[in-house]
Design a protein around this ligand. Structure first.
Ligand code: FDP
Length: 334
């Protein structure tokens, strides 16, 4: 069919136009694409191939792992560890950094990923996804933890693949955001959503309202004003969504605007937020900003945070710029 731009063609054309985008980087993205196509196939086959359900193990965060959490992590690691494009990896499912086996050469990038985000949705056949973030690294070294602890603002690339009614990849290399749909017939991602942008204002919010009693005052105030609708200080009605799958919420916001909050709450003082900085907040924050939105903890821009540890959690408020700025302003006011 004429005029269909594949992801490979898109990347090679971008590589020609942008100084600094190397062939190695394009090949690395192709490695990730291959892994995500495999994951898409497994998610799609579901119970037919017995991959659903719990694995009866816990990950580093103390969360019960699903079988697919483990399988998808292995797919990512095994697709990326031998290619020579990476110096190391880190995964939400693995305690320490993942080293490149000694028999393989090391490259100049680091890959961090959440192989199956929203995995509590997998058994109920709702959208899940893979999130990834690419950082630079001194070529050929055996990276230490410190090499991984870079600010989100230093990411070379971030993306996620959505396993929903259709499989989609959303990608940024710091030059806008583009969306690709997997054509299952030919096994290629096709550019279907060029230059995705988020409207500045919104009438839609997403938050797990069952945690309301644990929120801080600025978030209580923002949600309360949304719920008051036309009769309240905002003078308009709001709609609410909660898919409980970050990738699905972010994709919705990229297509029709909105705001998503997983704020600081007082449930467990050892956990400042639920979402992970390196695998969730940073990559989606980069994408959201590149699409014209904003992403903050309420106190600071997510992409400015200097990470203290690999599995660090942060509060996340992201989406339409004016709404995020309003919530940040409520935090300033206390
Ligand atoms: P999950 O635990 O299923 O992986 O990654 C965290 C996350 O999903 C996000 O994708 C999602 O937005 C959130 O947790 C859901 O949280 P609740 O369980 O509080 O609804």
């Amino acid at each position: 069919m004429a005029n269909r731009i594949t992801l490979t063609q898109f990347l090679i054309e971008q590589q020609r136009e942008l100084p600094g985008v190397s062939g190695t980087f394009t090949l690395l993205l192709n490695d990730i694409v291959t892994a995500c196509k495999k994951i898409s196939h497994l998610v799609n086959r579901g119970d037919l191939i017995g991959v659903l359900g719990s694995a009866e193990s816990e990950n580093v965060q103390g969360e019960v792992q699903k079988k697919l959490d483990i399988i998808t992590n292995d797919i990512m690691v095994n697709a990326l560890n031998w290619t020579g494009h990476l110096s190391g990896m880190a995964s939400e499912e693995v305690d320490d950094i993942i080293k490149i086996p000694s028999q393989y050469p090391k490259g100049k990038y680091l890959a961090l990923f959440d192989p199956l985000d929203g995995s509590s949705n997998i058994d109920v056949n709702l959208t899940v996804g893979t999130i990834f973030s690419i950082l630079r690294c001194r070529e050929g070294i055996d990276p230490t933890l410190e090499d991984f602890l870079q600010k989100g603002g230093d990411q070379v690339c971030a993306g996620f693949v959505l396993y929903g009614p259709s499989t989609m990849m959303v990608l940024t290399t710091g030059h806008g955001v583009n969306g690709f749909t997997l054509d299952q017939d030919i096994g290629e991602f096709i550019l279907t959503h060029p230059n995705m942008t988020i409207p500045d204002d919104t009438g839609e919010f997403a938050i797990n309202i069952s945690n309301q009693r644990f929120w801080e005052a600025p978030v209580q105030r923002y949600i309360d004003e949304c719920l008051k609708g036309e009769e309240g200080p905002r003078g308009k009605n709001f709609n609410m969504r909660w898919v409980a799958s970050l990738v699905a919420e972010v994709y919705r916001i990229l297509t029709r605007g909105g705001v998503f909050l997983y704020p600081l709450d007082s449930r467990d003082p050892s956990k400042p937020g639920k979402l992970r900085l390196m695998y969730e907040a940073n990559p989606v924050g980069f994408i959201i900003e590149q699409a014209g939105g904003a992403c903050s903890t309420g106190q600071e821009r997510i992409l400015d945070i200097k990470p203290a540890s690999l599995h660090q959690r942060v509060p996340v408020i992201l989406g339409s710029k004016d709404e995020v700025e309003r919530i940040v302003d409520y935090h300033r006011q206390g």
